[in-house]
Design a binder for this molecule. Structure first.
Ligand code: PTJ
Length: 244
């Protein structure tokens, strides 16, 4: 049990989530490496959400609300770090989940699904070998026909390199959460939220609730006006200048 007074409480809490996720067979062992990389970038952010991330959260919320068929793609890291928040977003948007993992394992897909359901999710889809997206060689090309296949907007909280690019080439808009502004995912997504997923998700929920009151035209304009490249540059400069 970590005392809340510990100066690194939040960091230790999230480490434990990943470690427990591995013990429970939800998170891949590689998830540890991904998490460590995330922690290093979070130091550069001063473990705070920047104004650039706030901007992307706004654009991402606008894109998600105005999507016809939004879907939330989940892997072994996001499932254990923010399951309740993901479930809340899914309810707010009436968007299904689709499990899509890099380190292929049917067993882990089912474990992720059950973990999401235990945390309030309802509609959780699994990939189906009868359907695939183009421009992707790996196992991740298999998708569900009621999820990623028909989606116009895919929310990808935290993942590795080549799939975002493939999703975009399949004419889908992608909203990614990636604390590394230099990653392939960050550079290829339509909207990248450069922040720790644990801070970004509550803010995204708050923004979706607020923006649901706006009309669609205004939201579409906001989403269209987002310049991802400029935002990534801003995030990177923020990190470089963040020393006291
Ligand atoms: O469950 P699977 O098999 O799909 O595997 C999931 C991981 C994450 C292990 C897999 O997708 C992978 O290997 O990812 P990468 O290539 O390590 O990339 C993960 C990205 O997420 C990196 O750019 C990290 O900086 C970033 N990241 C890690 N932790 C966080 C994060 N971004 C936001 N919040 C975090 N907490």
């Amino acid at each position: 049990m970590i005392p809340k007074s510990h100066p690194r409480y939040e960091s230790l809490r999230t480490r434990n989530l990943i470690v427990n996720g591995i013990k429970e067979g939800i998170t891949s062992l590689h998830g540890l490496i991904a998490h460590g990389r995330g922690e290093a970038f979070d130091y550069l952010l001063g473990e705070k959400t920047s104004e650039f991330a706030e901007k992307s959260i706004g654009a991402g919320a606008a894109l998600l609300i105005t999507a016809k068929n939004p879907v939330i793609s989940v892997n072994g890291n996001s499932a254990v770090l923010v399951p309740n928040e993901l479930a809340e977003i899914s309810h707010l948007l009436s968007a299904p989940f689709e499990i899509n993992i890099f380190h292929a394992s049917k067993k882990r897909e089912i474990k992720i699904k059950n973990h999401l359901i235990k945390n309030g999710a309802e509609n959780v889809l699994l990939p189906d070998k009868r359907f695939k997206i183009r421009h992707l060689q790996s196992n991740r090309k298999y998708v569900n026909k009621n999820g990623i296949l028909k989606a116009d907007v895919v929310f990808v909280p935290l993942e590795d390199g080549d799939r975002t690019e493939a999703l975009v080439r399949n004419r889908k808009k992608v909203i990614a959460v990636d604390i590394n502004p230099l990653s392939r995912t960050a550079r290829k997504a339509t909207v990248t939220i450069v922040d720790n997923i644990t801070r970004a998700m509550p803010l995204l929920i708050k923004t979706i609730k607020q923006y649901k009151k706006h009309d669609n035209k205004r939201l579409q304009k906001m989403a269209k006006g987002h310049d991802n490249r400029k935002n990534l540059k801003g995030s990177l400069n923020y990190m470089l200048q963040n020393f006291p």
